[in-house]
Design a protein around this ligand. Structure first.
Ligand code: HEC
Ligand code: HEC
Length: 266
C-alpha cells in the first residue's frame, strides 16, 4: 500500500495540531528563571551533568576538553535563554545537544545546575598576584613553548584566553602535575626510524601513512610510517615541565592568578 504525499501531509497536520501546543508550552526556555530551581531540581541536574557533561567540562566543572564553567560570565551563554539553548541544542561541531534525550524539564534542571556552578565559582579565592605572575611567566621562559597574544612558540597550547577555557583548579594542576591531564592534540610519541635517531615529541597529526611529530626544539618531523621501526605513544606523558616541585607555592599562586586573568583580546 502506498500513501500519497497529501495523505502524509494530512497526517502531519493532524498530529501537529494535537502535539504542537503541548510541545510549545514545554519548551525549557519558557520555564521559570533558572534561579528558581530548588534543591531537588539541582540534584537532578547534577546527576545528568555527571553522566553527560563531566567528560568534557570536568566533574567539578573546571574544564577539560570543553571550557571551564566555573566562571562568573560565560562568553556564549550570556543569559538564561542562551544557556538553556546551548544545553538543549549544543554548539555545531563543538558540543553535542542533549535536549532530545533529556526533555524540557531535565534540560532546565541541567541549565540551573550549570548556573549554580557558575555562581559558586565567584568565591574561588585567587590568592596570587597577577602582576607578579606575569613577571614569572616571562622569567621562566614559558614563551619558549606557549603563544600568548601572538608572541612565543607554539609547542604547547596557546594561552591567550586560557582564563576563559580553564578554571583556577585546572590551571594549578596543569602547572604542578602536567601529566594529570594532557589535552587532545598534545599526546607524546617517540618515532624510531629504521635508519636515523629516535625523536620524542608531540604528535601533531597522523593518518594511515604519515605521522607528524614536533620535537621540543619546535622542529616538525614528517615520517612515512613504513620507514619507522616503532611509533610509541606514551599514555599520560607530558612535555610540559612540572613547576610544582622546585617552585614556591606563592610562585604557583601568582602564575595561576595571571593565567586566570588571560581572556584573549577583547
Ligand atoms: C564532547 C564534549 C562536550 C560535552 C559532552 C559537553 N560539552 Fe559543553 N562545550 C564543549 C565545548 C568544546 C564548548 C566550547 C565551545 C567554544 O566556545 O569553543 C562547550 C561549551 C559549553 C557551554 C558554553 C560556554 C560559553 O563559553 O558560553 C556551556 C554552557 C556548556 N558547554 C554546557 C554543557 C553541558 C551542560 C553539557 C552536558 C549536557 C555539555 N556542555 C556537554 C564540549 C562539550
Ligand atoms: C618545554 C615546553 C614547555 C614549557 C617551557 C612550558 N610549557 Fe606549558 N605546556 C607544554 C605542553 C606540551 C603542554 C600540553 C600538554 C600538557 O598539558 O601537559 C602544556 C600545557 C600547559 C598548560 C595547560 C593548558 C591546557 O589548556 O590544558 C598551562 C596552563 C601551561 N602549560 C602553562 C605554562 C607556564 C605558565 C609555563 C612557564 C612557567 C609553561 N607552561 C612552560 C609545554 C611547555
Amino acid at each position: 500500500m502506498s500513501r500519497t504525499w497529501t495523505d502524509v501531509a494530512a497526517l502531519i497536520i493532524v498530529a501537529g495540531g494535537v502535539l504542537a501546543p503541548a510541545l510549545a508550552a514545554q519548551s525549557p526556555v519558557d520555564h521559570e528563571p533558572l534561579a528558581a530551581a530548588n534543591a531537588a531540581d539541582l540534584a537532578s541536574g547534577k546527576r545528568a551533568y555527571v553522566a553527560q557533561c563531566a567528560l568534557c567540562h570536568g566533574m567539578d566543572g573546571s574544564g577539560g576538553y570543553g571550557p571551564s564553567l566555573l566562571v562568573p560570565v560565560l562568553p556564549r551563554a550570556t543569559d538564561d535563554r542562551s544557556l538553556i539553548r546551548i544545553v538543549d541544542d549544543g554548539i555545531p561541531n563543538l558540543m553535542p545537544g542533549y535536549g532530545r534525550a533529556n526533555g524540557p524539564r531535565r534540560t532546565w534542571q541541567l541549565a540551573a545546575y550549570v548556573r549554580s556552578l557558575m555562581a559558586g565559582s565567584s568565591p574561588v579565592a585567587i590568592v596570587g598576584d597577577a602582576a607578579k605572575g606575569k613577571a614569572i611567566y616571562n622569567e621562566r621562559g614559558c614563551a619558549g613553548c606557549h603563544v600568548l597574544d601572538g608572541a612565543g612558540r607554539a609547542f604547547g597550547p596557546d594561552l591567550s584566553s586560557i582564563g576563559t577555557q580553564r578554571g583556577p583548579a585546572y590551571i594549578r594542576q596543569a602547572l604542578v602535575e602536567p601529566s594529570a591531564r594532557v589535552p587532545e592534540g598534545h599526546v607524546v610519541v617517540t618515532a624510531t626510524p629504521t635508519d636515523a635517531r629516535a625523536v620524542r615529541g608531540v604528535r601533531i597529526s597522523e593518518d594511515v601513512f604519515w605521522v607528524y611529530v614536533r620535537d621540543p626544539g619546535n622542529r616538525v618531523h614528517r615520517y612515512w610510517k613504513s620507514d619507522l621501526k616503532a611509533l610509541d605513544r606514551e599514555a599520560g606523558a607530558s612535555l610540559m615541565p612540572a613547576y610544582g616541585a622546585q617552585r614556591s607555592t606563592t610562585e604557583v599562586d601568582d602564575l595561576v592568578a595571571y593565567l586566570v586573568s588571560l581572556r584573549g583580546q577583547q
